[in-house]
Design a binder for this molecule. Structure first.
Ligand code: SF4
Length: 447
């Protein structure tokens, strides 16, 4: 992100109050006769989800140029994520310019986008597996656990931080795919019961939208019945990419709402953490889904990922923040992109994250202003983007600590090498030189 144009706010005051409400899916040749009623049905969305490159070609017909098709095939040889895209999201992609479309970038990998991984990338960059005492549980923060009961999502994001686990094996990564499973859940519940310090459970994966109504109720009630558990968060990208589930799967919605109501009776909370990253993901379907959740008093917070070419400019970021706020979603976090495989083209520098947060601050109320964070590689947890101990901007090395999470440890985040000066890039190309630069940064940070 260059300073200047990307930080110049030119949004109209009321732009965020307008929700796309046309039959946008009819632009796709295969869906030109699909009615609004059909498109609004969650079953129709699942049945027509795109899972193969060949399917992209079939539904797009003449809109799929041969060069783009070849590019998708090349992408399949590199990407760690399988394709799974709801028609809702697929139809929101710009098929006149798919290569540059922020929606396409997030969900449909192409070979020409990929860059070599950073020398210090890791498949499990956040060390969730390292901090996992039993399968499906990551216990890093004293009073909170991450619980991953499934590895399945309604849409697979190209930038997924859990690409090592989610969405099944690809040409480059072997994965163990699992759905909700009683034996695994029993182990997870036993662990949580045995650790009274835990008050907070994030139920993620994978995606809660892929659990059945019975599973939502079972997981929710079992966790709420543990006396020391106070807060549950169902993590789902669903509202952003599959709002039809909220609007038409009444059994599922009632199960979620039932757990929410039970929690309130017990003086506890059940909320949703969702994941809009681009204002282009928002339509009238999102607004209607949120209206339904809000009417029941279900709190929804948003966690976005900062991605180059998707939301790394002030207009898209502020529009995203204001539009989700307008729908009663609280903008909670904007993450620096994790240092995971196949994602170098998405990553931005810490300096860019800081500059964007500075530019965003003051555009709306403080409680609707997200905190920009870096999830410190190696399991330091989320740190405010400007709270590094030291930052060597020239060489793109930031040094972090996490005294309440991993006292005494030092963590590093590295800016994408392509964004550094030619001289710094040359220094990074030599192993001994880069190790010396990292040691120097650590020393300057006081360690
Ligand atoms: S919804 Fe979340 S877990 Fe699923 S693929 Fe996207 S980022 Fe990964």
């Amino acid at each position: 992100m260059s300073k200047g144009n990307n930080l110049k706010l030119t949004l109209k005051d009321d732009q965020h109050r307008h929700f796309r409400d046309d039959d946008f899916w009819r632009i796709i040749p295969a869906w030109k006769d699909v009615t609004r009623e059909e498109f609004s049905d969650h079953m129709w969305q699942m049945k027509h989800s795109i899972k193969k490159v060949e399917q992209v070609k079939t539904v797009l017909a003449e809109l799929c140029k041969d060069q783009f098709y070849q590019d998708m095939l090349e992408g399949q040889k590199i990407t760690p994520m399988n394709i799974r895209i709801t028609p809702y999201i697929f139809a929101l992609m710009d098929w006149n310019d798919p290569v540059n479309c922020p929606m396409r970038k997030q969900f449909l990998p192409i070979g020409s986008q990929f860059l070599p991984d950073h020398p210090y990338y890791e498949a499990d960059s956040l060390h969730e597996d390292v901090d996992s005492p039993v399968p499906t549980i990551t216990h890093r923060y004293h009073d909170k656990v991450l619980f991953l009961p499934t590895t399945i999502c309604p849409v697979y994001c190209s930038y997924c931080t859990r690409s090592r686990l989610i969405g099944g094996s690809t040409e480059t990564v072997e994965k163990e795919t699992y759905g909700v499973n009683q034996a695994r859940m029993d182990v997870a519940f036993d662990y949580i019961r045995a650790h009274p310090a835990i008050e907070d459970v994030v139920i993620s994966g994978g995606d809660a939208f892929m659990m059945t109504a019975k599973q939502i109720t079972f997981i929710g009630e079992n966790l709420l019945n543990i006396p020391h558990i106070r807060r549950l968060r169902f993590a789902t990208k669903g509202i952003a990419i599959y709002p039809q589930k909220i609007l038409s799967d009444h059994e599922w919605f009632n199960a979620l709402n039932g757990v929410h109501k039970k929690a309130r009776e017990m003086g506890k909370s059940v909320v949703i953490h969702t994941h809009f990253s681009s204002p282009k993901e928002i339509t009238i379907f999102s607004k209607l889904a949120m209206d339904r959740l809000f009417a029941e008093g279900i709190i929804v917070r948003n966690q976005a990922v900062l991605q180059e070419g998707v939301n790394d400019n002030i207009n898209d970021m502020v529009l995203l923040i204001k539009q989700i706020s307008y729908m009663n979603i609280q903008p909670y976090y904007v993450y620096m992109h994790d240092m995971v495989p196949g994602c170098e083209h998405f990553r931005t520098t810490i300096a860019e994250g800081e500059a964007l947060e500075k530019a965003v601050r003051g555009t709306t109320a403080g409680f609707n202003t997200p905190t920009f964070v870096c999830d410190a590689p190696g399991g330091g947890g989320k740190r405010h983007v400007a709270s590094y101990e030291y930052y060597d901007r020239e060489n793109g090395i930031s040094v972090w600590t996490a005294p309440n999470v991993k006292p005494g440890e030092v963590f590093f985040y590295f800016d994408p090498i392509r964004k550094l000066s030619a001289e710094a890039q040359a220094r990074w190309s030599v192993k001994e030189t880069r190790e010396a630069m990292i040691a120097e940064a650590k020393k300057k940070a006081g360690f």
